[in-house]
Design a protein around this ligand. Structure first.
Ligand code: C6P
Length: 412
């Protein structure tokens, strides 16, 4: 197996941690190039989930028995691990959610509901995933706020020259993605946060495509909110986190009502706990949080700088090799890119191409990737996307090129 020379990690050993990668699909060895949709899970995470259910399972924060204390301790330790992973000052700045989508909706409803008024502006970008667009559209409809968008240039980077005219004092929040899930563009988060703060706006970073791929320190980035999903970074589905700067979370009202988020309740009204428990009504995804902490531990053992180096090498290699194929259009920046590459081929529609590849055991994704405005910006209805993680290899990319080459011949 190809070893990427620039790092000390033996990736072929790491690949063996993922049982699913030994699967066959349509009688071929699976090539899994859909990690931007969801990553595969290492045995370390699968084992922790199993151990939790075999030895610790109970509800948290309410039982006065041994198992409940174990579950509560493991759940709250997981919160601390997430906080450390992204450089939060305190564990209280981490709210467990179902993932990036729920984290952004929480901010739009709880923070937006209290602080956004008619005429205020939420600044977004044209490359946002629907998860960082639709919640703001809903808020704008409710409040009379307006949305503005930073444009995307032909090379897939943000048109930062537009910022001075867009970032005016009416902007209350600038919410943008760290890494585009369709283009692979890595946005200059710290610079964007600084510029937003200069006009008094808060910032929200959608870290769905970055949290498992590169080092993140919310204090260095200077963001006020950061949202991510566990399932894209070796963790289970149904768990994710919202980071919110302490004083901002404390100023926000609850969004979901129910058990566990209250201090006292009368028939008429309730008093609420502090953040983060105020935002975690009902029984949380305890196993998910513990699984996420295990995923973080696993990723940290490898090291995010090495992962980033490996993944971006794969993405650049794929982008280069794809251009060998006829009628190929590759999207996104050429220099630095996240762990994915989107493309369209004259030979076939992205859905047909993706279905063709599947027949050879190659899992790609075809469609608009929940980026319809961005697809429209580039004049396409969708793309085919190959997305990578540290368990993928350049040999798999070579195989993808062979399969796509066969597709060109098949469709023409
Ligand atoms: N993108 C993709 O294949 P959830 O579904 O809440 O875990 O993540 C939503 C989300 C938010 N922002 C970005 C940048 C994303 O890429 C995603 C998920 C998947 O690209 C599913 S559409």
């Amino acid at each position: 197996m190809h070893k990427i020379a620039t790092s000390d990690v033996d990736w072929s050993v790491i690949r063996k941690d993922f049982p699913i990668l030994g699967e066959q699909a349509h009688g071929h060895p699976l090539i899994y190039f859909d990690s931007a949709a969801t990553s595969q899970k290492p045995r370390a995470v699968i084992d922790v989930l199993r151990r939790y259910y075999e030895h610790e399972n109970a509800n948290v924060h309410r039982g006065l028995h041994e198992l409940s204390s174990r579950a509560t301790e493991a759940y709250e330790k997981s919160r601390q691990r997430v906080a450390d992973y992204i450089g939060a000052v305190r564990a209280d700045e981490i709210v467990f959610t179902r993932g990036t989508t729920e984290s952004i909706n929480l901010v739009a409803q709880a923070w937006g509901g209290k602080f956004i008024r008619e005429g205020d502006v939420i600044l977004l970008t044209v490359m946002e995933h629907h998860s960082n667009l639709v919640p703001w559209q809903l808020l704008a409809e409710r409040t009379g706020a307006r949305l503005r968008f930073v444009g995307v240039r032909d090379d897939g980077t943000l048109d930062l020259k537009q910022l001075p005219s867009l970032l005016t004092p009416e902007v209350k929040l600038f919410a943008f993605t760290h890494i585009s899930n369709s283009l692979g563009t890595i946005n200059p988060v710290a610079e964007l946060c600084e510029k937003a703060h200069a006009v008094g706006a808060l910032t929200l970073v959608d870290a769905a495509q970055s949290a498992g791929h590169l080092p993140i320190d919310v204090q260095e980035l200077g963001c006020d909110f950061l949202a991510f999903s566990g399932h894209k970074m070796c963790g289970p589905t149904g768990i994710g986190a919202l980071y919110g700067r302490g004083e901002i979370l404390d100023s926000m009202p609850p969004w979901h009502g129910g058990g566990e988020m209250i201090v006292s309740v009368t028939l008429e009204k309730s008093a609420f706990k502090k953040a983060p428990h105020r935002f975690e009504a009902g029984t949380p995804n305890i196993a998910g949080a513990i699984g996420l902490a295990a995923a973080i531990q696993y990723i940290e053992q490898i090291g995010r700088p090495a992962i980033f180096e490996h993944d971006s090498h794969l993405a650049r290699y794929a982008a280069e090799r794809l251009t060998e194929l006829p009628g190929m259009r590759v999207f996104g920046p050429t220099e630095e890119r996240g762990a994915l590459v989107g493309f369209v081929m004259d030979a076939a529609h992205p859905h047909d191409l993706t279905t063709f590849a599947d027949q050879y055991g190659l899992a790609l994704r075809g469609g608009h990737h929940c980026n319809q405005p961005l697809m429209r910006r580039f004049g396409v209805s969708g793309t085919t996307r190959a997305s990578f993680y540290f368990y993928n290899t350049t040999e798999e990319i070579d195989r993808m090129i062979e399969i796509l080459d066969a597709a060109v011949r098949f469709f023409s």
